[in-house]
Design a protein. Sequence first.
Length: 117
Amino acid sequence: QVQLVESGGGLVQAGGSLRLSCAASGSTGSIGVMGWYRQAPGKQRELVATISSGGSTNYATSVKGRFTISRDNAKRTVYLQMNSLKPEDTAVYYCKTTTLTLPAVYWGQGTQVTVSS
């Protein structure tokens, strides 16, 4: 079984920064793509950013230039540095991880990010 533990959410003023972390534990084996998604009230969950095991990244247009995704493979952890935050970034942010040894997809429990204007 694989567990994902997220941290780093909170309340911040517009223009501020937050850093999210998501650590995988348990029988992960080889980890593939890791990513962050978010879901605002009344909206569907959407992709924020992903990063492959080799470091290739992909971002939603709305966060390009403001958010940076990174990972530490030795720590089995993915990060999301969020700068220049806007009220429309307010959402629950979820970590998603794919495992390769036993192919599966896992989601974290979510962490709330609230940006005040």
